[in-house]
Design a binder for this molecule. Structure first.
Ligand code: PHE
Length: 341
């Protein structure tokens, strides 16, 4: 390439004009064309300094260097200007519109069974019951033996137990609690009468599921132990519970039932309107007077103290209050169902 001092000025104008015309995508090509290390036009120009006649060489070299510096600076400026322009465009083209309303955050809510469990606890809280909790993985000692269901007793068949597959001292003693009743013993071991306590929690039974049974269920256990507690106290408390939970004019009924840890034992049912316009009884809890042996097992003098206990099926209560026909809805996690509560 042969060039003269005059042509350097021409190059400058040409390069700057091309730079002004270049957009974001043309910028790199411009840099390669003019300032590329191998064969950029300014690089070649600098290399041609040695071809200049001796007396022009210094002046020519200085002019070529000045051009290189000018173009490098111009390139930086242009790059920055384009970047600023891009931000401006983003702001005005609406990609960032600060006036748009915020996106609504979806609100979570409590599961209907949790809501019902809390409402049940609140009703009993107003009647002077405190809340306790116990483990879901339980010992057979508490789940069965302490509540008068010894090994090989046919009553164990009432609860299709999910055992933890672990032998300790040759015995399989660990299970998923089949009911909240082991907490009767746990509470009495730690507290002397008077006792008024409710114990909510999940229980597990190895049952085939159908519209009214699940392999997991929620119970609220209740226990009251004091001097002079009678069956009428149990009925009074449960009547009051039903009225506060389901409304003043709901009917309830008790009928005899068998649980090894109470004597006598009852089940309580609430009337539920049917689709045909009638009503039918729906059992929502088991209850009874605490068996004297259960008191004694937990170190309480049964000649001085008596008590009552109950175990409420929380899903049953939830089904009743909202007219839900199938217990399995609760655990399908279908938002169309869950959003209704
Ligand atoms: N534990 C019993 C059950 O799960 C219910 C119950 C509790 C009955 C307390 C009587 C007293 O079926």
């Amino acid at each position: 390439m042969t060039a003269t001092i005059e042509s350097i000025e021409e190059l400058r104008q040409e390069a700057l004009a091309a730079l002004q015309a270049a957009d974001e995508s043309g910028l790199e090509a411009w840099r390669a064309e003019w300032l590329g290390r191998q064969d950029g036009r300014v690089t070649l120009l600098l290399r041609s300094v040695r071809d200049q006649p001796q007396e022009q060489r210094a002046q020519f070299g200085a002019a070529a260097n000045a051009l290189k510096n000018t173009l490098e600076e111009a390139f930086q400026e242009r790059q920055e200007a384009l970047r600023q322009q891009q931000l401006q465009d983003l702001a005005t083209s609406g990609a960032i519109d600060v006036t748009l309303p915020g996106r609504p955050q979806p609100h979570g809510r409590l599961h209907p069974v949790t809501q019902t469990q809390r409402d049940i606890i609140e009703v009993f809280g107003e009647m002077g019951f405190r809340v306790a909790e116990g483990p879901e993985v339980e010992w057979a000692k508490y789940n069965f033996d302490g509540v008068r269901i010894p090994e090989d007793h046919p009553a164990r068949d009432m609860w299709d137990t999910i055992w933890v597959d672990k032998e300790i001292g040759g015995r399989r003693d660990m299970l998923l609690r089949t009911h909240t009743s082991p907490n009767q013993v746990r509470v009495m071991e730690h507290q002397a009468p008077p006792i008024r306590v409710v114990v909510p929690g999940k229980c597990y039974r190895q049952e085939a599921t159908d519209a009214t049974h699940e392999w997991m269920l929620t119970q609220v256990e209740g226990l009251a132990v004091d001097e002079g507690i009678r069956m009428s106290d149990l009925k009074g408390v449960l009547y009051e519970f039903a009225r506060r939970m389901f409304g003043q004019d709901r009917e309830i009924t008790f009928h005899h039932s068998y649980f090894p840890f109470v004597e006598p034992g009852v089940e309580m049912a609430v009337d539920w309107p049917t689709a045909e316009g009638g009503t039918r009884w729906v059992e929502i809890l088991g209850a009874g007077m605490v068996h004297p042996e259960v008191l004694e097992n937990a170190g309480i003098d049964s000649s001085r103290y008596t008590g009552f206990a109950f175990g409420i099926g929380v899903e049953r209560v939830a089904m009743l209050r909202w007219g839900i026909d199938d217990i399995r809805h609760f655990y399908h996690n279908d938002l169309r169902f869950l959003r209704q509560f």
